[in-house]
Design a protein around this ligand. Structure first.
Ligand SMILES: NC(=O)c1ccc[n+]([C@@H]2O[C@H](COP(=O)([O-])OP(=O)(O)OC[C@H]3O[C@@H](n4cnc5c(N)ncnc54)[C@H](OP(=O)(O)O)[C@@H]3O)[C@@H](O)[C@H]2O)c1
Length: 300
């Protein structure tokens, strides 16, 4: 098979689409023939070496943490899914012709492959953030960074729960935020006052997706510091906010089932821009620039 790969850390220019050994489904896993795999910021962070703890790249590195495709191998102990089923999910080295998933849900037949391939990481992260914050019907939640993959999914999952959502983005994305159910505010200095004005007072929960606003400003909006959850500011615990990286607090199978259900009902709508695998570097460059609307997706 072929897979996106690199042998030295660097920017998108070090990526190649080339032959790679076939992966196999271990216990509790499935393998899919990939029809779409999304680009997440973690991909270019790993590619850059930022996650390597200062060690040089050893051997060949592979990328991708979510995908959709057709099941072609079922690992030991896995039930409820068979060869030939269409699924979406989360895994590793998914930007390849064949990929192993650790968590998945059936792909609704009405949902196209690119959209299905875009929601593994963003959808699971959105579900996790809202669950940790305990967002309930009637609550008001502020999502700082609403226009990207995680933000757009979180807005729509929160609206589906019956919450009122205020979300930040650049001015260019305000119509997009309205379209997916949020009251938009401009990010940057003074964002706290704009949130209070838009929400009509303090909010019940803050989900920091972008990690750019000083955590003190976010804590000031919430009833207590722990009602600020961040996925992108790893110093936020100093101010009493909660940081989640998605290990023990992740419920990926449950999250993906919810996401697939909302996709099937058109309560979750993802804007996707697609690229053939051979042009992955273009998608990585756009992701790295930090102003993605919706999701970037690689397709065969
Ligand atoms: N800890 C975890 O479990 C976890 C899981 C998933 C992702 N993440 C991290 O979460 C971050 C977001 O991921 P993503 O997939 O949503 O990224 P993405 O799709 O690339 O979205 C980036 C978004 O950030 C917005 N943005 C840029 N500057 C901002 C600012 N100052 N304030 C608020 N928003 C701003 C952009 O909006 P405009 O285009 O309008 O500027 C853009 O829509 C990344 O750092 C990623 O690595 C962490």
């Amino acid at each position: 098979m072929r897979a996106l790969q690199f042998t030295t850390y660097g920017g998108p220019e070090v990526l190649t689409w080339a032959d790679a050994p076939d992966p196999h489904a271990g216990p509790g896993q499935i393998r899919i023939a990939v029809r779409a795999a999304s680009v997440n910021p973690i991909d270019w962070k790993v590619l850059s070496g930022a996650m390597s703890g200062g060690q040089p790249q050893a051997g060949t590195g592979y990328l991708g943490y979510d995908a959709a495709g057709v099941v072609d191998e079922v690992g030991e102990g896995v039930e409820g899914v068979s060869v030939g089923d269409d699924v979406l999910g989360r895994g590793s080295a998914t930007q390849a012709e064949l990929a192993v998933l650790d968590a998945w849900a059936a792909k609704p037949s009405s949902v196209n492959w690119a959209v299905a391939g875009s929601v593994g990481v963003a959808g699971e992260t959105a579900e996790r953030g809202l669950r940790l914050l305990g967002v309930e019907p009637g609550d008001t939640v502020f999502i700082d960074g609403g226009a990207g993959g995680v933000g757009a999914a979180t807005i729509q999952l929160a609206v589906a729960r019956g919450a009122k959502v205020v979300a930040s983005s650049s001015q260019a994305n305000h119509d997009y935020l309205r379209e997916i159910g949020a009251i938009p505010v401009l990010y940057g200095e003074g964002v706290g006052d704009r949130v209070l004005a838009a929400a009509g007072g303090p909010v019940d929960a803050v989900f920091d997706v972008a990690g750019k606003t000083p955590v003190e400003d976010l804590v000031a909006l919430a009833p207590e510091p722990s009602q600020v959850v961040t996925i992108a500011n790893f110093n936020a615990a100093e101010a009493g906010a909660r940081v989640t990286g998605g290990a023990d607090d992740s419920r990926p199978m449950e999250a993906l089932a919810l996401v697939a259900d909302l996709l099937a009902q058109n309560k979750l709508v993802i804007t996707v821009q697609t690229f053939p695998f051979e042009r992955a570097a273009e998608a990585y460059r756009i992701s790295k620039d930090g102003h993605v609307r919706g999701k970037l997706v690689l397709v065969p």
